[in-house]
Design a protein around this ligand. Structure first.
Ligand code: NAD
Ligand code: MG
Length: 375
């Protein structure tokens, strides 16, 4: 029995992770569930999965749960979250959104817990610290992000020196093919209407701006220890090939599957084994099925290159990029700024930022806060 601590259990990754765990009750058991403030859903999850403890970021919600479940350990706030990830688990599934996922990843690894990582922002902001910590403690990071899971699978059994480049695929999001003029008028509802994936609101907007792919370039740089020049992006609107690796002999391996996050989640939780699945893979003989690849429109979707530039500049630049993006996406979702205001604001934040080399954990959190306040 693997005891799994599910961070962000009420979110899109968390809910799908719990499905995988429940469908494999003979192998997996929930140790801890955590959420920000969706007490309503957490309550249902407590009843079904019977965790040993839960953590609620929101104090009021946490206190309400303590009354309701007197026998259950209910921890509160970021301190409670750190306490929970610091105890022993067989695996932590990190499905928290944003830089809020950085500290629990850090303390989980520090206490020798392996992490199935969906939270890309932890690597974007603190990749140098997180990867070093994983090496030092021997606690592994298994990617959950579908592109990185694909690359991780393609790299199995190959030496690092065999790798020529990584090819990240991108669906292109709901606005593929649109011009800047058209993008200036798009609505929140249109931006949330992703053609292939059903995900949380923040990452769905990131997919529409292509910032998501930019963050994934930085994520790949850290996970697979590759130079930025060896990480390419191609638009693949069918979302069947989840990413590829080109090797020095000219051979390219790709991993394919339906766009269903339960596949990479299941792989990360069971690695190095594979679990029998609930569904078949894609049917290539289905009428009308074809796979296409094309160049991203870098001039229109500026976030993709802004993220690459921030990654290449290194140090605290990705922290500034991420902090600005989190604030601007939130504002767009509230209807306060137009869609293009996201990329314009991120560009401004990056050019105003005075980078710090090799920032420590406390510096990252401080810079993140400063950037947020300056937006
Ligand atoms: P979501 O918004 O659906 O869920 C986020 C979860 O995090 C919720 O349970 C919420 O309660 C919790 N949370 C939010 N803020 C918190 C805070 N300050 N402290 C503690 N908990 C907090 O997000 P999601 O779509 O599930 O994405 C989660 C992460 O996984 C993101 O980093 C995203 O980029 C990545 N990811 C998601 C998908 C997907 O299909 N949803 C795919 C690939 C990668
Ligand atoms: Mg992805």
């Amino acid at each position: 029995m693997k005891r799994i601590c599910v961070l962000g259990s009420t979110g899109s990754i968390g809910v799908q992770g719990l499905k995988v765990i429940y469908e494999n009750k003979d192998r997996f058991k929930v140790s801890v569930l955590t959420c920000n403030k969706n007490i309503h859903l957490l309550r249902e999850q407590i009843i079904l999965h019977k965790p040993e403890a839960v953590v609620v970021a929101d104090e009021e919600g946490g206190r309400a749960l303590r009354k309701e479940f007197p026998g259950l350990e209910v921890l509160i706030s970021i301190e409670g979250l750190i306490e929970a990830v610091s105890s022993a688990h067989d695996m932590i599934l990190n499905g928290i959104v944003g830089i809020a996922g950085l500290l629990p990843t850090y303390y989980g690894l520090k206490n020798k817990n392996s992490v199935a990582l969906a939270n890309k922002e932890a690597l974007v902001t603190g990749g140098h610290i997180i990867m070093e910590l994983s090496q030092k403690t021997g606690a592994s990071i298994i990617p959950v992000d579908s592109e990185h899971s694909a690359i991780f699978q393609c790299l199995e059994g190959n030496k690092q020196t065999y790798v020529k480049r990584l090819i990240l695929t991108a669906s292109g999001g709901p606005f593929l093919g649109k011009s800047l003029k058209e993008l200036s008028k798009v609505t929140v509802k249109e931006a949330l209407n992703h053609p292939k994936w059903s995900m949380g609101r923040k990452i769905t907007i990131d997919s529409a701006t292509l910032m998501n792919k930019g963050l994934e370039i930085i994520e790949a740089r850290w996970l697979f220890n590759q130079d930025y020049k060896n990480i390419d992006v191609v638009i693949h609107k069918e979302s069947i090939v989840h990413s590829m690796v080109e090797f020095i002999d000219g051979s390219i391996l790709g991993q394919m599957g339906k766009p269903d996050m339960r596949v990479p989640i299941s792989y990360a939780l069971s690695y190095p084994e594979r679990l029998a699945s609930f569904e078949d893979g894609p049917d290539f003989l289905k009428e009308g099925s074809s796979l296409s690849f094309s160049q991203p429109d870098y001039d229109t979707f500026k976030c993709l290159d802004l993220a690459r530039q921030a990654g290449e500049m290194g140090g605290s630049y990705p922290v500034a990029l991420n902090g600005a993006n989190e604030v601007l996406v939130h504002r767009f979702l509230k209807g306060e700024i137009p869609f293009l205001g996201i990329q314009e604001g991120v560009e401004r934040a990056l050019s105003n930022h005075k980078g710090v080399r090799n920032p420590k954990l406390e510096e990252i959190l401080k810079i993140d806060e400063e950037v947020r306040n300056s937006i």
